[in-house]
Design a protein around this ligand. Structure first.
Ligand code: ADP
Length: 439
């Protein structure tokens, strides 16, 4: 029988007894009242003992109880025991988590929903200069004042990490990432990437140096080959075919060196604020169209330019010229005879867009994500034949990144491709002709 049914039976039994005594003595109502008051007093007394027991701190045995109250005391005691062991388990997990994160070489900071520090590990003390005694409870943005970090934490877009100099040692570079978890909590992980940055710099310097070193000898060789071609000397006549081949190859090497130098300049140099200006993109596009028509003249390709003549952007003119012309000249080179090439320059709610659409050979879908890698070519032989270096789209990507813009590519094999540069709305300048004359 359940404790509750037992209690009901006890009440029926008590009421029955009170009624029998009441009828025998002739005071039925008074007996019933006395029994009810007694029953109530028993309950009140039990509640009082329960309250006294619950308010005692620490682990204490439950009070002795009878009837339903014995059951209630027992159940509460068991719940308390369960809670205590769950708490112990949780505390063990937390200790284990803290011990493992404390041992991690990456700096770890636990933040609450208000970006206040809740906990830091040893590495965070070394690389972020935080102190467990002083800084716990402080707003992280009060302690890490780098403008890049303030922007990162307030933007609340933590998909990718940011790289910053360490607040404790400016010669070290940290890759910082915030990971949201639980209920509005965040974990900040900072990794020391100084060595990686150094290696990247060594690689960049190597490419830049080797390109510089190769430039002069190549110019000399190219110059001699050109004068040998112009030479009327009979002894060179039999060599003309070979000389032409050598000249073409040295020309190709010069183009590669020039593109490599351009890439390393784009990677190594920050854009100077003074070189940014209001660029009259329509003017650039008219120029590029004329050059493309000259380039594609033999192929009898059709060129169309749909252009918003008022639309300009804030950027670096020669860089924009370089990336737009790269895309258009690629369209010319990878579109067969009689094909058409359409250039568009327009604005929509997402910003300004430059689009080059061709009816060329197209690109298989599996190659599209790799097109902007250095030296990646879908068909190496074809690219070489038409004088490609395999660096053009890598340059385009770098230039667009410097303008906070992105490149999107859609293509269908044998149907054609569309390359689109997407510029953010904040870079747009209207009535650009006027802006240019002012600049
Ligand atoms: P390349 O100097 O070889 O043209 P790019 O970096 O400019 O180097 O382009 C990389 C590769 O992308 C090219 O080799 C070519 O395979 C492909 N590609 C670029 N533009 C087009 C296009 N409009 N149509 C088809 N394929 C293209």
């Amino acid at each position: 029988m359940s404790p509750w049914s037992k209690e009901i039976w006890r009440l029926i039994w008590l009421t029955g007894l009170a009624l029998i005594i009441g009828f025998i003595s002739g005071y039925a109502l008074a007996c019933l009242l006395i029994t009810s008051v007694g029953y109530l007093i028993w309950h009140i007394n039990s509640i009082k003992r329960l309250e006294k027991w619950l308010s005692k701190p620490g682990k204490t045995n439950p009070p002795q109880g009878t009837g339903i109250w014995a059951e209630i005391f027992d159940r509460i005691y068991h719940l308390q025991k369960q809670n205590r062991s769950r708490k112990k388990r949780l505390a063990k997990y937390i200790t284990r988590f803290r011990e493992s994160t404390a041992a991690m070489p990456d700096a770890t900071v636990v933040l609450n929903r208000y970006d206040q520090i809740e906990w830091i590990n040893k590495a965070a003390q070394d690389s972020l200069g935080l102190q467990p005694t002083k800084d716990v409870g402080q707003h992280l943005s009060n302690l890490m004042r780098h403008p890049g970090f303030i922007r990162y934490i307030s933007r609340k877009d933590f998909d990718s990490p940011i790289e910053l100099p360490s607040p404790a040692d400016e010669h070290r570079t940290l890759s910082i990432r915030i990971i949201p978890y639980g209920q509005d909590q965040r974990l900040l992980i900072a990794r020391d990437v100084t060595r990686l940055k150094q290696l990247e710099q060594i690689r960049r310097d190597f490419i830049s140096n080797i390109s510089h070193e190769l430039r002069t000898p190549l110019t000399v060789i190219h110059g001699y080959l050109e004068s040998m071609q112009d030479e009327t000397n009979d002894s060179l006549q039999d060599w003309q075919e070979n000389i032409e081949m050598m000249r073409r190859q040295s020309n190709r090497m010069q183009n590669i060196v020039d593109d490599l130098l351009m890439l390393s300049r784009l990677e190594n140099e920050e854009t100077k604020q003074s070189s940014r200006e209001a660029v009259a993109v329509p003017n650039l596009l008219h120029m590029i169209k004329d050059e493309a028509m000259a380039l594609g003249h033999e192929k009898q390709q059709r060129f169309t330019l749909e252009c918003d003549d008022e639309l300009g952007i804030f950027g670096v003119q020669n860089e924009l010229y370089s990336s737009f012309s790269n895309l258009v000249f690629n369209a010319v080179r990878y579109t067969p005879k009689g094909g058409s090439i359409t250039m568009r320059w327009y604005q929509d709610q997402n910003g300004a867009h430059f689009e080059v659409q061709d009816t060329g050979i197209g690109i298989p879908p599996q190659h599209i994500p790799r097109l902007t890698e250095r030296f990646f070519r879908v068909d190496v032989g074809r690219s070489r034949d038409i004088g490609g270096t395999g660096l053009g789209l890598a340059i385009v990507k770098h230039i667009l990144e410097r303008h906070n813009a992105s490149l999107s590519i859609t293509s269908q094999v044998d149907r054609g491709s569309t390359f689109r540069c997407n510029f953010p709305a904040e870079n747009i300048i209207h009535h650009v002709q006027k802006a240019v004359t002012k600049a």
